[in-house]
Design a protein around this ligand. Structure first.
Ligand SMILES: C[S@@+](CC[C@H](N)C(=O)[O-])C[C@H]1O[C@@H](n2cnc3c(N)ncnc32)[C@H](O)[C@@H]1O
Length: 325
């Protein structure tokens, strides 16, 4: 439930118009003084940022690209990402972090009834390394900070295209990340409400290769055939080289996986990305399972190469040797 005074809190004021003008004119050069201007900042931007987070989360949910909570809302400001998460999924389990206590005070008013905790700290703080979190979001934040930080495995960055591009270029690969570009041109009434008829949304999503590889092994491990179309392009080639076999459609992979799932039990997979460049990732893997028909324990030692087109696998090439153990 959202607090009753939520809309009133965010009504525009002269100070919020002033802050908005400064930011709009000077873009990233204007440093908001959050201890004095956090309420004005949220009055100017909260609804817009909430809207962007809603678009991003709805899209990611639609394509099953989101690992679910718990989440960490870094640089949470007034808590618009956490609120969007609650609105899209009906439940949020979040840790909200911000170095500004004034921003956190607003987030506490807006997200107070959710399953959340608040932490007044810097994102470089050790607290971030110790958490078992599924998703770190840094939406519309002060981006220079995040490039120098080691975060957990999944990072969702919702921001302007230029910011996303500079982040992608710094090419950290000690964690997987995926980024949403989300830029909106919104026209707002003086009350801060968004006119939908003047709405233009450019949305673009980039998913890291490491994230896609992890997804692939996760769905393979459980033979989740219904998830194949989230990961593979419709036009695909899956070469199983030792068998001289080539699969050319999602339906063919489904059939192959269904056969394997009936034949194998206790499947365990281990894998490591050994090389990734351009649109390609090379992965070494070991699979072991119990072959029900032959009543034998089998170990498969292999290398696979995955070629991506944007966020989908277009070619998968598999070399392996099979051993009875
Ligand atoms: C532009 S505001 C965005 C707030 C909110 N995420 C939104 O979308 O409305 C950036 C927020 O990041 C916080 N922030 C900036 N650098 C930070 C850091 N190093 N550690 C923690 N919070 C930080 C600021 O205090 C501010 O609340």
């Amino acid at each position: 439930m959202i607090k009753n005074n939520f809309p009133e809190l965010l009504l525009k004021t002269d100070q919020s118009s002033f802050v908005k003008n400064q930011i709009d004119q000077k873009a990233y050069d204007y440093k908001v003084n959050y201890s004095k201007e956090s309420l004005a900042f949220n009055q100017a931007y909260f609804l817009k940022n909430l809207y962007k987070c809603l678009i991003a989360l709805t899209y990611l949910d639609q394509y099953n690209l989101l690992q679910k909570q718990p989440i960490c809302d870094i640089g949470c400001g007034g808590g618009c990402f956490t609120l969007a998460y609650q609105l899209v999924f009906g439940r949020v389990d979040a840790n909200l972090i911000d170095k500004s206590s004034s921003q956190l005070a607003i987030a506490k008013q807006i997200c107070t009834d959710f399953n959340v905790s608040f932490c007044n700290c810097d994102l470089s703080s050790d607290i971030l390394n110790n958490q078992n979190l599924n998703l770190y979001s840094y939406s519309l934040g002060e981006q220079s900070d995040i490039k120098n930080t080691n975060l957990g495995d999944n990072l969702l960055l919702i921001d302007y295209p230029e910011v996303i591009e500079s982040f992608v270029q710094c090419n950290k690969d000690n964690y997987m990340f995926f980024c949403c570009k989300c830029s909106t041109i919104l026209d707002e009434s003086s009350s801060g409400l968004i006119h939908e008829n003047n709405l233009e949304v450019n949305f673009c999503l980039a998913v890291s290769k490491k994230y896609l590889v992890n997804q692939y092994f996760e769905i393979w491990n459980n033979y989740q055939t219904d998830k194949l179309q989230d990961l593979f392009a419709n036009k695909l080639v899956y070469n199983i080289c030792p068998k001289n076999k080539s699969l050319n459609s999602i339906d063919m992979i489904k059939e192959y996986w269904l056969l394997n799932s009936v034949r194998q039990s206790d499947l365990k997979l281990y894998y490591k990305i050994i090389n990734q460049e351009n649109n390609l990732a090379k992965v070494s893997f070991i699979a072991h399972f119990y072959d029900i028909i032959k009543s034998q324990k089998i170990l498969v030692d292999g290398i696979m190469t995955l070629h991506f087109d944007f966020n989908k696998i277009v070619v998968l090439e598999e070399f392996y040797k099979k051993y009875t153990i």
